[in-house]
Design a binder for this molecule. Sequence first.
Ligand code: ADP
Length: 449
Amino acid sequence: MKLKLITKQLFRNYIFVMAIIISLGLSAYTLNKSYVDSQINKTVFDTEIFLFDYPQGLDYALSNQNLEENDYLLIFDNSYKVLDVYNYDLVVGQQLDVYEFQAIYDSNQLYHYLFTDDDEKYQIILYLAPLEKNTLLIVAIISIATLLFFVFTIVLATRTGKNIIRPLNLIRDGVHEISKGNYDHVIQFETGNEMEHIRDDINLLSNQLKTEISRRKKLEAQRNQLILSLSHDIKTPLTNVIGYSQMLLQQENLDKNIKPSLEIIHKYGLTAAQLSDELFDYTKLNNNDQHLQTSAYDVVELIRIKLIEYVNEFESLNITYSLELPNHPITCQIHLTSFNRVLDNLLQNSIRYNHQDFNIHLAVFLENQDVKICLSDNGIGIPLAYHETIFDPMVRVESSRNRNLGGTGLGLSIAKQIMLNHAGDIIIDSSYSDGAMFILTLPKDKTPQ
Ligand code: ADP
């Protein structure tokens, strides 16, 4: 099917409007012409003949003229005394002054005619009433024309809307739906113009996006599966490496030259095992279909218990601590093991990277419908340049600090994933410069307790 162009449709609309304007113009012209003609017909009052006939009497003079019901005629002498009256409320012989005379003439100048004879003996005011029929006709036609113009304009606007604006709105809604990830949404309309090309292109694009995204998801799932299998399969050889190196290290008659090498094997075996475990956990947590089985817990109580667990370690390392907790419970839906893992990771990082003689501060507070848990220390902190990527896997600051404290660079990315799986989040506060400050967010449990 050959598509009609929007230009053609608009052209047709313009022609339509032009036709309306031209027909309205023609009707106005015809109307005006008939009105002017009727006025001309009406003003067949010959003042010359009237003045010639008048000395023979008013009735005689008027019998040769064409006066109608609402017309009137007043004849004054040159001192404004009424000489004769036709159809007007004045008495013959009545004396007017110039102002009264003028007032009559001014009362409706448009239809008044003032004329006089050559000797200026008479001053005559003639009034020819407008044809009422014509005035009504003009009003009626103008009203009908205005009404028609509005009706046609509405018809035109509806046609334009149907062909251009409605499809544009459908396209906008469709693009909005697709941008939300609803790739099954199909934009549907028929206009017979280029809008259908845009509709088809967007539908095609959405289809291609859907295919591409499902291909990527499949690839990602395969990659995740590979990492999971790898980290699982490497476990047995690593356990053997760690176990046998440990066993050899414990032998009493161990050759002194071999001991350092064995210690290195044992140490790196442990690091590799930790890395493989964390990689396994991270990949598993990253799986979208991983749903946490949560239960309602009082976050304030969990933080208090966590602190008690660490008190001895803090004291032995000379780490001071402070708490800022609300004096009422705040309940959240929590997967206890995972949540504890996040807290442990943050506290152990603080201990590991700052070592001793510093302060750890823990605070819990409510912000709108969210629970915030703030964990900060006044240690060495994390350089600002790392703040954007610190939650990405394998990001460690140690290489630039020239220290090796044995981390895998996966701890914070696992913590992030756990918080996201709780419909919460974890961020690092870049405005805090005394050390490192992490803020955890959890949605407050809305189910009645
Ligand atoms: P790792 O398992 O190596 O500790 P993380 O993801 O837990 O990895 O942490 C990433 C990096 O962030 C660490 O290498 C460390 O340099 C830095 N870091 C984390 N917490 C702190 C902290 N409290 N103080 C200073 N540096 C920290």
